[in-house]
Write a protein that binds this ligand. Sequence first.
Ligand code: FES
Length: 106
Amino acid sequence: MSSWVDVAKHGAISPGEMSVFSLDHVEVVVINLDDRYFAIEDVCTHDGSEISSGCLRGYSIECPRHGARFDIRSGEVLDPPAYEAVRVFQTRIYNGMIQVLDDSEE
Ligand code: FES
């Protein structure tokens, strides 16, 4: 069942920065880009590296291990060697908190 999960206070992640949070079964990178929040799973679909240690450029993030790039809005692959999109999560601000929609089925 889906549920909104508080991850941080609104403002706790500065524009252009990202932080990693643990939901029940998944690590999620939350990115603040121009005061809009994006959230993706912190696992590169190429070979499992933590995407959060990669480089953010505009709406793309580059995996530090082999250079795959993903669009943080859709999760889609922009550059190989990954070919599978990374999982994305909806975000919202609610009661002064950044929330991520946990849609895990477990
Ligand atoms: S593990 Fe991310 S590009 Fe290889």
